[in-house]
Design a protein around this ligand. Structure first.
Ligand code: PMP
Length: 296
């Protein structure tokens, strides 16, 4: 925190902080060899995540007073200080200091998480009933979803709360034009007739690192065609498979949307294939994709 290793209980700031302009990143480090194992850790897609942190800061008018290399070293120091040897979530946070012009707090919290990837992981196949939210995703000419601002998550919280209140496991947003946008904390992909379809950045989505990763490896490594284009609500209902993708939720298959059951098999075969391959990439078992990993 601000250049030092600090215990969580001592990571304190004033209640007067102007937190509404805060930004953050969500990054993960996975165990080498097998995502359900224990051992040496690699950070996944460090560069695009940290570049996005800098872009989010620029959008909100914040200046990060460290180099990207220093932030990587700080992240490594925090992971080592905790002695972590299983998968770690890393959430750099930046926000303006109270009453000090042009200065920010920079904190890099790290904690352990349980993956839902990995062969035979029962968490992957749990049923998930989703609804289309009555809340629209924030429009990019009001609060840009491309910046990873905390403020954006107030919109997500409204949709997630509505879904829970209505008895669903999660929500999918439409954008302000009425096309499919994203989940409350992850991007969405649909599978129709053997093709993977993803909404474009112009559909009010976060420019997700996982989405970018998938759009690269799905056609190149798995030979499955991908399309980036607007998706209508009814197309989603008539998809063979729908899943969310993101650093936090990894690959999250969806069973039904607005109680309309998707496809004939759950989780669908393409969702499974993508998730299994992704787990191998994260564990460093795919030689050609090792450049996406940064050792801790
Ligand atoms: N959309 C939203 C709203 C998110 O919060 C996230 C998680 N960061 C994503 C998409 C997925 O982004 P990424 O793959 O970069 O984690």
């Amino acid at each position: 925190m601000n250049g030092e290793i600090v215990e969580t209980e001592r990571a304190l700031v004033s209640a007067m902080e102007p937190i509404y302009l805060g930004i953050f990143e969500g990054i993960k480090a996975y165990v080498e060899g097998a995502v359900l194992g224990e051992g040496k850790l690699n950070i996944f897609q460090w560069k695009p995540h940290i570049d996005r942190l800098w872009r989010s800061a620029a959008v909100n008018g914040l200046k990060i007073p460290y180099t990207k290399e220093r932030l990587l070293e700080a992240t490594r120091e925090a992971i080592r200080a905790n002695g972590f040897r299983t998968n770690v979530y890393i959430q750099p946070r930046v926000w303006p200091r109270a009453n000090v012009e042009d200065e920010v707090h920079v904190v890099v919290p790290t904690w352990k998480f349980e993956t839902r990837l990995g062969k035979e992981n029962p968490r992957f196949s749990e049923e998930r009933r989703f609804m289309i939210s009555s809340w629209r995703r924030i429009a990019s000419d009001a609060l840009p979803p491309q910046a990873k601002s905390w403020a954006n998550y107030a919109n997500s919280a409204l949709a997630a709360r509505e879904a829970k209140r209505c008895g669903y496991d999660g929500a999918i947003f439409l954008d302000n034009r009425g096309f499919v946008s994203e989940g409350t904390g992850a991007c969405l992909m649909a599978v129709r007739n053997g093709r993977v379809i993803a909404p474009p950045v112009s559909a009010s989505i976060l420019e997700s690192v996982t989405r970018g990763t998938f759009l690269e490896f799905i056609p190149e490594d798995l030979g499955i065609p991908v399309e980036v284009r607007d998706i209508t609500r009814v197309e989603l209902y008539a998809s063979d498979e729908v899943f969310l993708c993101g650093t936090g939720g990894e690959v999250t298959p969806i069973t039904s949307i607005d109680d309309i059951k998707l496809g004939t098999e759950y989780p669908g075969p393409i969702t499974r294939q993508i998730a299994e391959y992704y787990a191998e990439v994260l564990a460093g078992n795919v030689e050609k994709r090792r450049s996406w990993l940064t050792p801790v």
